[in-house]
Design a protein around this ligand. Structure first.
Ligand code: SF4
Length: 65
């Protein structure tokens, strides 16, 4: 699973970070998401999937499933 972030679209809502804190963090100065793991392990799929679905800016995309 590969996580792709559209940083330009990110509005800094931090929903992703709450859903998958080991994968997403927030740069508080810039109000933009920080991707901590580009290729998270399969056991994080549910969390990452939920983060992608709940991102208000639709800035998170998953590849390979
Ligand atoms: S949920 Fe979306 S808009 Fe909010 S910080 Fe994460 S990527 Fe950015």
């Amino acid at each position: 699973m590969k996580v792709i972030i559209d940083v330009a679209a990110c509005q800094g809502y931090a929903c992703c970070m709450m859903e998958a804190p080991s994968v997403f963090d927030l740069n508080e100065d810039e109000g933009k998401v920080i991707l901590l793991q580009e290729n998270p392990s399969e056991d994080l799929r549910t969390q990452v999937d939920t983060a992608a679905r709940t991102c208000p800016a639709k800035a998170i995309r998953l590849e390979n499933g």
